[in-house]
Design a protein around this ligand. Structure first.
Ligand code: ZN
Length: 250
């Protein structure tokens, strides 16, 4: 079974299209949340991801943009984008966002969990080994996929040593892959990266493929029409920063 793992698409239709056009063969799609927020095409992105299947966990932007939670925890730029998204979303799409379950969910038996933030708190940012310690210590599943930080990579432990997982690439503008072999007796927290707003200094759309037959996670990056995504953001009257940051990958 090969799962295409997407996270933090953030209404970026151009990035999502590039990912789906280039994604290697897969049997199922798992989505780790923040389908909307920040970008200019929330309705089109929801239409596209709903065609991909039913495995979703909700993100904090999915909750805020559908009115499930308030905007008090959002910075001013994120708050403006969430308000704009609330206005332009169709009623059907708002209802669809509201019904997405909170993580963790187990989409594939006893071995795998999917969450947005942390296994223990859907809104927590797992940025460091220190952040990863408690969730991985408490995890009942060995392979755990998370998003929220927009940083591709993750963490692993064999119970004694802890490892940071950092994909290595050779170019800045080409499609690329980095394969991680999953070892026995190691627990993993793996972030596929953000499709629509990467923050690891690499502007290319990020995603991952999990293959349980050969036990690998393949991290992928793909260039997309970032200028068009930026133009849509500016045309929509969203904050300029949301456009400029896309090319910086920050
Ligand atoms: Zn996000």
């Amino acid at each position: 079974m090969r799962a295409l793992i997407l996270s933090d698409i953030h209404s970026n239709l151009q990035a999502l299209n590039a990912v789906l056009d280039s994604a290697p063969e897969h049997d199922i799609v798992w989505n780790l949340g923040d389908v909307v927020g920040y970008g200019a095409n929330p309705n089109e992105v929801i239409d596209r991801v709903r065609e991909l299947g039913h495995v979703f966990v909700r993100g904090n932007h999915d909750r805020a943009c559908s009115g499930l939670t308030g905007l008090q925890d959002f910075n001013p730029v994120a708050g403006r984008a969430a308000k704009w998204t609330q206005i332009v979303l169709s009623a059907e799409h708002t209802d669809w966002l509201k019904q997405i379950p909170a993580g963790p969910i187990m989409p594939d038996g006893p071995q795998v969990s999917c969450v947005h933030g942390s296994l223990l708190d859907e809104d927590e940012y797992v940025m460091t080994v220190r952040d990863a310690w408690l969730p991985l210590h408490e995890a009942t599943t060995r392979i755990n996929f998370f998003g929220h930080t927009h940083l591709q990579g993750g963490f692993a432990t064999n119970g004694e040593e802890w490892f940071r997982l950092t994909p290595r690439y050779h170019s800045r503008d080409e499609p690329e892959e980095f394969e991680l072999k999953l070892r026995d007796n190691v627990r993993y927290l793996v972030n596929p990266g953000s499709v629509g707003q990467p923050r690891d200094g690499d502007w290319r759309a990020a995603f991952a493929i999990y293959d349980d037959a050969v036990m690998t996670v393949t991290f992928c990056r793909v260039p997309y029409d970032v200028r068009l995504a930026q133009a849509r953001i500016v045309q929509a009257g969203l904050p300029d920063r949301l456009a400029t940051r896309l090319r910086d990958g920050r």
